[in-house]
Design a protein around this ligand. Structure first.
Ligand code: LMR
Length: 349
């Protein structure tokens, strides 16, 4: 074959390869794009729910139910990631993280909101609530718990619900606490300063505010002698391993305010916001039911473990504690708000 014919053949072959490549790549590419479009999953919203307690608590379980309901009812459009036991944020960080919308749901105990509204210390006012029914009534009173929830909007947060835990009991590693004088000289861990610190000062005791995640070690190492918490928190944190004495005082409450970021909440498509509101209602009912059940269960478990010496205080002994705490009422009634305290007292009637 002549040189020129070879060249012609080569040129033709190259054109052929080019045409094939263009057809192949172009066509295939288009096809691929359409396929990708078809296969792309619907846009998913991922939200985070962070809390500091164990999963086997009323708060932990209610958060899990909220996740399940939202994911089911949204048909997978929303994924709720729950982070228990301060895994994502501890007490100090979770409020800041919520305001920055780095987490969308948290449920701190009411007293941890004191920086936003001092009224949230009402659940700590010693011996204010005689029973859980009064607490639940106060939660749903528009002039009580309702008013306090609305006050959070100015801090870019929305209070969605109250979830209960229970009444606080005193534990320590030094001695049985049967009368106010027994408490003198001991040092207790508190959730925050403010009223909780004053409550121990009134008994001649010291206190140190500390995040929940640090309490077990502090008790173990003797940084503090004791702490106050619900039966369920004492049980699920295994404080019986590091505390010998428990006094059944029911002197204050641990209840949670479920919070979301205002911009996030208001920016949700309406149908998803409704799904989340409905799920929150169901989770709240569940939290109430569980709080009652687990409080009792943990109390029995701690008692029967034999690791802690239980002191069930008589009405007279409790009255002595109540009397010793009177200065705290005087100090805090204006800070909390007399009208709110009155609403709580009415709820107890
Ligand atoms: C505590 O810090 O003791 C509690 O507020 C922890 C909790 O969330 O129950």
């Amino acid at each position: 074959m002549k040189k020129s014919s070879w060249r012609l053949l080569l040129v033709l072959a190259l054109i052929g390869v080019l045409v094939f490549m263009l057809a192949g790549c172009g066509g295939g590419g288009e096809k691929k794009q359409t396929e990708t479009k078809q296969e792309a999953p619907p846009q998913k919203i991922v939200v985070k729910f962070s809390h500091v307690v164990a999963q086997a608590t009323p708060k932990g379980q209610a958060a899990e139910l909220f996740k399940k309901l939202v994911e089911e009812k949204s048909g997978g459009r929303v994924e709720v990631q729950v982070f228990p036991s301060s895994q994502l944020y501890g007490d100090k960080e979770e409020l800041e993280a919520l305001q920055a919308n780095n987490v969308q749901f948290i449920a701190p105990s009411a007293t941890k909101l004191v920086g936003f509204n001092p009224s949230f210390q009402i659940f700590d006012l010693p011996f204010l609530f005689p029973d859980k029914e009064a607490v639940y009534k106060f939660f749903s009173d528009p002039n009580g718990g309702g008013k306090m929830l609305s006050s959070l909007e100015k801090a870019d947060m929305i209070g969605l619900a109250y979830w209960p835990n229970g009444f606080k009991q005193l534990t320590n590693g030094k001695r049985p606490l049967l009368k106010p004088e027994d408490v003198k000289g001991l040092k207790f861990r508190t959730q925050t300063g403010g009223i909780l610190a004053s409550q121990f000062t009134a008994l001649g005791a010291g206190s140190q505010a500390m995040p929940f995640a640090e309490v077990y070690t502090a008790l173990q190492q003797g940084t503090v002698d004791g702490q106050e918490n619900t039966f369920n928190n004492i049980d699920t944190q295994k404080y019986e391993e590091v505390q010998k004495y428990l006094s059944v005082t029911n002197h204050g409450r641990i209840d949670y305010v479920v919070l979301t970021n205002k911009k996030f909440w208001e920016g949700l498509p309406e149908d998803l916001r409704k799904i989340m509101s409905d799920a929150m209602k169901e989770a709240t009912e569940y939290a109430v039911k569980l709080a009652d059940e687990l409080d009792q269960k943990s109390m029995e478990k701690l008692k029967s473990s034999g690791k802690m010496q239980f002191a069930e205080l008589t009405a007279e002994q409790l009255a002595a504690f109540q009397k010793a705490e009177e200065p705290v009422w005087k100090e805090y009634e204006d800070k909390i708000g007399k009208d709110l305290i009155q609403a709580a007292l009415n709820a107890a009637k």
